[in-house]
Design a binder for this molecule. Sequence first.
Ligand SMILES: CC/C=C\C/C=C\C/C=C\C/C=C/C(=O)SCCNC(=O)CCNC(=O)[C@H](O)C(C)(C)COP(=O)(O)OP(=O)(O)OC[C@H]1O[C@@H](n2cnc3c(N)ncnc32)[C@H](O)[C@@H]1OP(=O)(O)O
Length: 284
Amino acid sequence: MMASTRSLLRTKSLISNLPRFSSNYKCLDVSVNNDNNITTVTLKRPPVNSLNLDLLSEISDVLTDLKKSKSPGMILTSSSDKVFTAGLDIMEMHKPDPERFKQFWYALQDVWMKLYGSPFPTAAAINGHAPAGGCLLAMCCEYRVMVQNFNIGLNETQLGIVAPIWFIKTMLNTISIRDTELALTTGRLFKTDEALAVGLIDEMATDKADALKKANAFFERFEMIPPIARAYTKDSLRGSDIEDLKKNREKDIQTTLSLITQPKVQQGLEFYLALLKNKKESAA
Ligand SMILES: CC/C=C\C/C=C\C/C=C\C/C=C/C(=O)SCCNC(=O)CCNC(=O)[C@H](O)C(C)(C)COP(=O)(O)OP(=O)(O)OC[C@H]1O[C@@H](n2cnc3c(N)ncnc32)[C@H](O)[C@@H]1OP(=O)(O)O
């Protein structure tokens, strides 16, 4: 195909599929790049983008919009200059109201299924720390660019909790079985260069602008690939993990609720929260 015909076809499909986004997001900024029609979704819930029910619900909604509008791709990043996301909001797990916790966990499952299984390509521009749930969101994306000198990993065991099986499968889809086992059992947080060495991220960046530039470049790889072939291939690789959670969704919610409400687990969370607060006091 001639380059000019290709670019005309691309422009036509961009015009007909321009995504329409709600301007009502409180915890997200959503913008579309005029050059390549890639959508950048920026997490914006200060101070640390912790994933509570509201933020998860908005991420879930934007993923639905992107799928409906046949978006050519999405970049996930953060408005903070030091935290991508601090993972799940610990306050949703500390002394939880059971009904609220069920909604919260359901929203997290939704986000995971939609992001891990999205038909459109995804990249994370990780411009800050990405522990636990933050690492999960980044690993759901197909490509990760991370700014130097931050931490990423599934550190759940450090909090006395256990990463659910679908978190683990997401890591297994990213790094080796051996590295996953060592990382999970020790609750390891990898520095950016260590994450690159183990394959947890794909590229390092000097700053957010560099991370966004590299993430945008990732999508050029798909310019000549028919989207349907791409989407089916991704589904062949990831679809069975998603089916497993779909089948066990209720059980996963019940099991998590009964584990998280155990007194020992609650004590562990309290201790961890106190450590976070003390860190601040001793720094002051
Ligand atoms: C036995 C089986 C048990 C259970 C199984 C069942 C379920 C398992 C479920 C869950 C999987 C869990 C996944 C998670 O994501 S858990 C969350 C893990 N996150 C972390 O460990 C990160 C904690 N935060 C930090 O390390 C730092 O805050 C961070 C490096 C991100 C940023 O540091 P910075 O110095 O910039 O900020 P801070 O002063 O530390 O924090 C500011 C402010 O924010 C509060 N904060 C931080 N993280 C969280 C969080 N995840 N949730 C809620 N609140 C958070 C922090 O306390 C400060 O608050 P304040 O003092 O009031 O200003």
